[in-house]
Write a protein that binds this ligand. Structure first.
Ligand code: ADP
Length: 586
């Protein structure tokens, strides 16, 4: 926990360094303004002493005006310092926060596939926002609360010591006791703040998960079950909230009491000193002004500490992510993949997901240049895993995956992905226009190229009917496309990308026959002069392939062309084929 706090501050610090001059300026202004706060009561003391003196009225008046002018000058200077610091701070914090935001975004995206599988999107989004917000809160406190407090206390202690040693000592001892209690208490409470945060994160996770599954909730009659689960979690949060808030209440009570003790104690001491002619009327004004300042500052201090600790705990979850090294990284001096003849080899590949159950055990496969290959087999057999490994979504335990004799773990990931077009089973679209979504395949493509690709992929038919044609928004809050339409958008992207390796994961759910026909046609155009790997569920696709590979339990159990396989007596493919032809195909 402590370590994470340090790490959070370290990340903030690294980002502040870019704007250190601004930061320094702010601190200097704040120190200046805080010192003025302590100097002004000294003139107030003179002011009241002058007022109470036995001099002639016109002399007193002259003195008072003179003091007033000095106070006005000091106040004006202070006003200027605060305003300068405000403006510099607006620049300083907005820039640092933008940098932090960009840093989190960029870092997050580089985490591996498994990372995103294991984290809720909603909670990741929240973590980034909290991390950046925490910076703002912490630095507001440091600039406008902690720094003035330290400066004021030091200056007040020095002045009161000069005024009278007992006064100085009294205030100092009290301050030390007060701040020590503050520190330990806030730290004690911090652990519960963290717990509360964890519980709150769980709530967001459950909320996101449950709402994502809203149709399951409905159709499995789980409404009440979900509500019960949620209520239970909320109750946990409620208890933690109440507990931490009550801790604050207890502490506030102690603080207020200590303040009353100081106020009365110091004034009593002052009376005693006045009795001995050590203190003047002006000194009383000085002491009272300082007491008010101390109380104001301390009041702020407690809130500041709480704010800082809370912010640190808010930031902590993101810090952990930022300090987790990216799971899959390019090796040092990795070279770009260069495709010449276009051949893929899996050599003695071993792989498992959670170091328990082996999914691939000594898996070997060679895909020849521009070969078109279908992967088929029972669900859970390992087809997707083979594709994921080729895309380096996961690193293998042992063996090699080679593309044109280059080990994919030794080349840059960017160059690997650049040479592969993937048409996923259930493509997800950005909440952007259809034009932008298709152009995602090739950022520099002109509108004409995008439309050309859309035509080839048979997207043009439904896009031209959409409300705003290519400018129609799709995705989360845009118009909804059917599975078949989304897959055609993904094919259009792949056409634009025109990579030498094409991976197509056929949708398992049945498409309407028009969609299927369109997809098939689009695919035929796309498949030329490429390695094509299709995770196939449809016989129409399979028949066109050069080779069919039947995978089960992570092993190739049969391979050959459609013709070869259907002629094989007792072959598994033959059996599947007959089953499907008999059952579903005309
Ligand atoms: P297929 O694509 O042939 O249906 P998969 O490659 O998806 O098969 O799955 C192969 C095996 O790996 C299955 O036993 C499956 O449960 C397991 N598996 C797949 N993805 C993951 C994952 N992300 N984490 C853990 N196990 C997984």
């Amino acid at each position: 926990m402590k370590n994470n706090t340090k790490q959070t501050l370290k990340i903030y610090w690294q980002h502040i360094l870019n704007y250190k001059i601004s930061g320094l300026f702010i601190i200097v202004c704040v120190i200046g303004a805080s010192i003025i706060d302590v100097i002004v009561p000294l003139y107030l003391k003179d002011f009241f002493n002058a007022l109470a003196s036995n001099n002639a009225k016109d002399i007193i008046l002259k003195n008072l005006i003179f003091i007033l002018i000095i106070i006005a000058g000091l106040k004006l200077l202070q006003w200027l310092l605060w305003r300068i610091s405000d403006f510099i701070n607006a620049d300083f914090q907005s820039k640092t926060m933008a940098d932090l935001n960009n840093y989190c975004f960029a870092y997050l995206h580089k985490h591996c596939f498994a990372f995103f599988e294991n984290n809720f999107v909603g909670s990741l989004v929240k973590r980034v926002q909290w991390f950046v917000k925490a910076f703002e809160r912490i630095f507001d406190q440091i600039f406008y609360s902690i720094t003035p407090l330290i400066i004021t206390f030091i200056a007040i202690s020095i002045i009161l010591f000069k005024e009278n040693i007992f006064l100085g000592l009294g205030i100092m001892i009290w301050l030390i006791i007060f701040l020590t209690i503050n520190w330990f208490f806030t730290k004690y409470k911090f652990q519960y703040d963290l717990k509360r945060n964890e519980a709150e994160t769980k709530v967001s996770g459950l909320l996101a998960d449950s709402i994502t599954n809203h149709s399951n909730v409905r159709f499995f009659n789980a409404y009440q079950r979900e509500i019960n689960g949620f209520t239970k979690l909320i109750e946990e949060v409620r208890k933690l909230r109440k507990f931490t808030w009550n801790l604050s209440n207890i502490f506030t009570a102690i603080q207020m009491f200590l303040m009353i003790v100081l106020e009365i104690g110091i004034l009593y001491l002052a009376i005693k000193l006045w009795q001995k002619n050590i203190l003047t009327i002006g000194s009383f004004v000085l002491i009272q002004a300082y007491l008010i300042q101390i109380f104001n500052q301390l009041w702020g201090f407690w809130h500041s500490l709480r704010n800082i600790f809370e912010s640190l705990s808010d930031a902590e979850e993101m810090t952990i992510i930022l300090n987790t090294p990216h799971e899959i990284q390019d090796i040092k001096n990795a070279k770009d993949l260069k495709i010449s003849f276009n051949k893929i080899e899996f050599e003695k590949v071993f792989f498992n997901y959670h170091k328990t159950k082996a999914v691939l055990n000594n898996f070997n496969l060679t895909i020849n240049p521009n070969e078109r290959m279908a992967l088929i087999g029972p669900s859970g057999g390992g087809k997707s895993t083979i594709i994921k490994l080729l895309l380096r979504m996961y690193d293998i335990e042992n063996g090699k995956i080679l593309i044109d004799n280059q080990d994919i773990s030794q080349i840059t990931q960017e160059s690997l992905w650049k040479n592969i077009s993937l048409v996923p089973q259930d493509p997800i679209l950005f909440h952007r226009t259809l034009m932008e979504n298709i152009r995602y395949g090739k950022s520099e493509a002109s509108d004409e190229e995008v439309i050309e690709a859309a035509k080839l992929a048979h997207c043009h038919e439904f896009i031209s009917k959409a409300i705003n044609s290519y400018d129609t928004y799709v995705g989360e809050r845009g118009i909804k496309l059917s599975g078949g339409e989304r897959q055609r958008v993904a094919i259009a992207r792949a056409i634009l990308r025109n990579a030498p390796i094409l991976i197509f994961d056929e949708a398992t759910s049945s498409l309407d026959s028009e969609s299927e026909h369109f997809i098939q046609d689009a695919l035929d155009k796309l498949m030329q002069n490429k390695i094509v790997i299709v995770i196939a569920h449809r016989l129409s696709t399979i028949k066109k392939m050069d080779r069919i590979i039947v995978v089960d339990n992570g092993e190739i159990i049969e391979q050959g062309s459609h013709q070869e396989l259907v002629e094989k007596e007792l072959g598994i493919y033959k059996k599947l084929w007959e089953l499907q032809v008999g059952g579903f195909i005309e």
